[in-house]
Design a protein around this ligand. Structure first.
Ligand code: GP9
Ligand code: MN
Length: 427
């Protein structure tokens, strides 16, 4: 068993992509903001309802010349939803086929996660979230990942009007976060998990008068309203970051964790996308979520590389100028020039610049045509498919076998969970 990790490392080392010198280390020493956009899909970017932009602030950010924006970035979550996204983003390990790895393997397993690595590079690390700490077993998992602080809902003064759905409304959450943020020694790595744009997409008139869509599907139609509210909250937070000067010495990273509209709503999705019918190709595209990176003077623009949540950590590490020669991470740097662009979904389907494979259906990515692969195409697709299964099963092996306990990368200090206590002290 301890030997298994050596096989994993061998595989990862053979597949690692080289950093792009145009970007490597360009955000070195900066604060890092990870802003989790709940249930936020890429199609919302520049989307209009009744002629009005749903997310004007995010759109502006997306098109800013110093934002590196990705338009072929996919979520890769399964049943663990938010927790799968967190697992991928902070460890570059896939979530599990079933359940939530944070719940079943968050407390006991050994990890070499982003917070621990950045801590050891002199960063203060903190997570902020307006829900109870036990949701998705965050209170335990974050210790395994080495978060120094976890500001959960107990840290926020709550009035009845402050809550909707799962917890604190995004505007209140981000506003009241400043008091803690101001006291964090810099540089810090801080993640903010928003909440309001979550099914069932409830929001009062006083918070958003944005018009709902009119597909007639009640689950779908209010989605743009809470997305608009999230956008307002983001806009206000950016104002704060700009006014306080924090944005100057920070790298701001935005991502959508997963779809907000599930595949069970095909007729409504077709209407939203102004299409007569939608097929598996459209549904695959519909799994795109935003991924954006912004820092002062960044060489921005829309980047078309194909990637997903598994690729975030290597990308961030390279921007921060951190070497990843010996890490166990399954993704690869999205800014690298020569990278593997096969994006696995958790069920083994995948997207690539050439093919989109959904079950037994194969599509050409460039035009959405369904094909019956010829011999040569079949060979290509088979080899991509086995790559996908290999990655997923190796990652599963790391988590299910707790393999990282048998291996500590050079220069990395093992996390000791007992070092952390997130209990709010009501003193
Ligand atoms: C709850 C929140 C929601 O704290 O993060 O998680 P989700 O339902 O999206 O997985
Ligand atoms: Mn979520």
């Amino acid at each position: 068993k301890p030997k298994d990790i050596q096989n994993v490392l061998k595989y990862i080392n053979a597949n690692r992509s080289k950093p792009n010198i145009q970007y490597y280390g360009k955000a070195k020493g900066k604060n890092v903001f990870i802003i989790h956009l709940e249930s936020f899909q890429q199609f919302l970017i520049d989307y209009k309802v009744d002629g009005k932009e749903v997310t004007p602030n995010l759109n502006r950010f997306y098109h800013n010349q110093h934002t590196i924006s990705f338009d072929n970035f996919y979520h890769q979550v399964a049943q663990g939803k938010t927790s799968d996204a967190e697992m991928m983003l902070e460890n570059s390990l896939f979530g599990l086929q079933q359940g939530s790895a944070m719940e079943t393997y968050g407390t006991q397993n050994t990890y070499q996660a982003a917070p621990a690595m950045l801590d050891q590079h002199g960063y203060t690390t903190a997570a902020f979230h307006g829900d109870v700490p036990s949701f998705w077993n965050r209170d335990n998992t974050y210790k395994s990942w080495g978060y120094q602080y976890f500001f959960d809902s107990n840290y926020y003064k709550i009035k009845p009007s402050y809550n909707v759905g799962y917890g604190l409304k995004d505007k209140i959450f981000l506003r009241d976060t400043a008091q803690y943020l101001q006291r964090l020694p810099q540089p810090f790595y801080a993640k903010f998990i928003t909440l309001t744009n979550h099914y069932p997409y409830e929001i009062g008139k006083e918070d958003s008068n944005f018009p709902a869509t009119k597909t007639g599907d009640n689950t779908v139609d209010p989605y743009v309203k809470t997305a608009n509210y999230l956008d307002q909250a983001f806009g206000e937070f950016m104002n704060y970051l700009n006014k306080s000067g924090l944005s100057k010495n920070s790298m701001i990273v935005l991502y959508g964790d997963h779809y907000g509209i599930s595949n069970n709503h095909r007729p409504a999705i077709a209407q939203l996308l102004h299409k007569k019918n939608i097929d598996s190709y459209d549904l695959a595209q519909f799994q795109k979520v935003p991924f954006m990176i912004h820092y002062n003077h960044a060489k921005g623009g829309i980047n078309h590389t194909y990637g997903g949540e598994i690729d975030v950590l290597p990308t961030i590490m390279h921007l921060l100028g951190m070497k990843d020669n010996n890490t166990v991470q399954f993704g690869n740097d999205l800014l690298s020039k020569h990278r593997n662009q096969i994006v696995p979904f958790r069920n083994g389907d995948f997207v690539s610049p050439e093919y989109i494979v959904m079950g037994s259906n194969v599509y050409l990515t460039k035009n959405g045509k369904q094909i019956t692969p010829n011999a040569q195409q079949k060979k290509q697709i088979d080899s991509m498919q086995s790559h996908v299964y290999k990655e997923l099963s190796m990652s599963d092996h790391v988590i299910l076998g707790d393999l990282l306990r048998f291996y500590t990368p050079k220069g990395f200090k093992k996390v000791n969970k007992k070092d952390y206590n997130y209990k709010y002290n009501y003193g």
